[in-house]
Design a binder for this molecule. Sequence first.
Ligand SMILES: NC(=O)C1=CN([C@@H]2O[C@H](COP(=O)(O)OP(=O)(O)OC[C@H]3O[C@@H](n4cnc5c(N)ncnc54)[C@H](OP(=O)(O)O)[C@@H]3O)[C@@H](O)[C@H]2O)C=CC1
Ligand SMILES: N[C@@H](CC(=O)OP(=O)(O)O)C(=O)O
Length: 334
Amino acid sequence: MKSCRIAILGATGAVGRTMLQVLEEQTDWPVGPVKLLASPRSAGQTLMFKGQPLTLEAVSEDSFADVDVVLGAVENELAKRWAPVIVNAGAVFVDNSSAFRLDPDVPLVIPQINPQDIRTHQGIIANPNCATIIALMAVAPIYRLSRITRMIVSTYQAVSGAGAAGLAELKRQIAQLEAGQPASAETFPVQIAYNLIPQIGGFDEQGYSSEEMKLQNEGRKILHDPALRVSCTCVRVPVLRCHSESITLETEREVSLDEVRRAIMEAEGVILNEQPYPTPLACTDQDTVEVGRLRRDLASEQGIALWCCGDQLRKGAATNAVEIVRALWQGQEI
Ligand SMILES: NC(=O)C1=CN([C@@H]2O[C@H](COP(=O)(O)OP(=O)(O)OC[C@H]3O[C@@H](n4cnc5c(N)ncnc54)[C@H](OP(=O)(O)O)[C@@H]3O)[C@@H](O)[C@H]2O)C=CC1
Ligand SMILES: N[C@@H](CC(=O)OP(=O)(O)O)C(=O)O
């Protein structure tokens, strides 16, 4: 099989660096050469890949002529700026930003759930929101047993969701507080160290944050179910890089907990952990989403409650994107 030439746009960021790590771990399909792109600030710096230093380049109009796939790890405006240049150069853009996720011409893909949608791409494929990927990995095995009509979700989202600056802010604030100094808040709206912040993104007129609407909007597209109803509360927690979620859902047909256990155990990319339960620390640097605390919802006849954790930089971002590229490359649909 021909090797897949890949560029990472935003290679120095929290997601970009994890993409490089995930690419390095690929063994069952040919990856490379890999090109690292970022802002002019990073040009000339190096990152290690398979034991060799790779030099970062400032992204330009000429960056994409010799690549098959571009993994996007930059914010929305930059994704929109470079997407047409990438597509015109003949490469496929697998984008982590939210710029194209709800565009009807752009497939939004979790390879374990809707791999068939990859085939409909017209040059851009979107990677879903991290909290959405982790929740859907946990509930898709149940959805395959019976349609899910309604979900109530509370998320506990790690600081890495706000990128390299979010990780640095938690570490800096802990050091400041330990030194008896006040904690300065730059990335998050208020102090995150030893705190919880019930806001991720801006609020809409109904009082929901932008992050809270993604699970319903993106979930409907990925599951091909425009009637799916999700009500979400997203909370930033002082955890480094795993998101955790409490999910209560209602199924159309009553399913037993044993059926659910079996479905989760058989599903790819998900682990049932009832010994005793998943925690964000234990899921760090893992590609699987762990599900536990499975129980009946006492407030609903057909309800099920569960808890799940996943590394948002890996399955929530970089790993999912690399899995899309692998599926694309193995199907040779570029
Ligand atoms: N963090 C997460 O878990 C998730 C993030 N995403 C999305 O992925 C994207 C990246 O997020 P994240 O890694 O957290 O962000 P970071 O802030 O950690 O990294 C941003 C990256 O963008 C690059 N960049 C900034 N300005 C420019 C420019 N003018 N030209 C080229 N590159 C530039 C930076 O390069 P430099 O170092 O040179 O400034 C850096 O590589 C965002 O759209 C985010 O919403 C999606 C899912 C999860
Ligand atoms: N907003 C997520 C991370 C992220 O970047 O999501 P999105 O790609 O949907 O903007 C978080 O803060 O945890």
